[in-house]
Design a protein around this ligand. Sequence first.
Ligand SMILES: Cc1ncc(COP(=O)(O)O)c(C=O)c1O
Length: 382
Amino acid sequence: MYKHIYRRFLEANPTLLHFASHSHHYWPDATREAQLQYWDDSAKHVDHKWEFLFTQKVPVAQKLIAENLNLSNPSQIVFAPNTHEFVFRLISSLDWTKKISILTTDSEFYSFDRQANRLAEFAQFEVVKVPVMPFDTFHERFEQELASRSWNLVFLSHVFFNSALVSDFKRLSQKASPSSLFVVDGYHGFMAVPTDLKTVEDKIFYLAGSYKYAQGGEGACFLHVPSSARHRPFYTGWFAELAHLSAVGNQVPYPEDASQYSGSTMDLTPVYRLIATLETFKKEGLSVTKIHSWVQQNQKLFLEELEKKHHPLLNKRSLIVSDLNHHGHFLTFNLPSVEETQKMVAHLKNQGVLTDSRGTRLRFGFGLYHDKSQIEKCISLI
Ligand SMILES: Cc1ncc(COP(=O)(O)O)c(C=O)c1O
């Protein structure tokens, strides 16, 4: 039904059953023209390119993102090539002359987790990780930690990358101290799980990127900054000072909008691709709710068909799920060992089915280019 959007990627991989959309989604055809348009705009605007990009293109991307997250102020969105840059910039806005306490989970993506682990090697940092499992008590346990003290930084995912379980970050943000920096990693939620940030937009930082469900490829990550934030991250780039460049001196001024979290020169081709994807969805009448229900429908079909196979490893008992109606866009099966998991990924790859794994967890990702026939074929090859 939506395959026409992805004609080029599908033609380039005619026999592949791509069930890794949660890792890297196929790109809509419109992104190719967008990529070329960046070249043409660079040729046309030459030295005035940045002015053109920041006044004509970035605001379009900000507006499209804000629409999808129901944010009232698009200018509170800033871009960077990856989320790690934001992770470190956020941490660098804390007061490093004092002890720093960080509350997070045991299921954050490596960009945050690795950095937090490294910082925890310094006595100055204390990092507490709440286990996501068992999930039915996760929110209560996280709330207990939140209430135990005033954390400098609270960081958690909306959709956990190693399970697709969905956190109720709005509920948790209500329990956080107003002085905590509350950051949500929305990478597995953005453009997949309907997300309305309106009621928490003045409280939370939300970061995401376009490599996955926003389908624009790598290089276009963004951060929503609450409008009251007046931070001075010490990991700062000159884009944070674009409006003050002529006044560079001993002082380091910061803007009041989201660009206080800006870095430096970046390739904006990925932002063009992101715009192209989000505009394609608009043209096709594809809201996040619609995309989500298409994926949910296919996930349910996948599980029904799988059930009929009575597979010893991939079955209801090994599936990690809390509520399929509130679940991310991949299905995760917990296998007995890392070796068995890798063996299964390799077996599926030999059959032409692309999946991936994280430790003992095997992930099947669903996208708009899957339909009933592909689901049935995939199941028959397991
Ligand atoms: C939850 C989550 N956050 C962030 C990222 C991307 O991080 P980065 O942009 O630093 O590579 C990923 C990528 O898979 C992810 O799964």
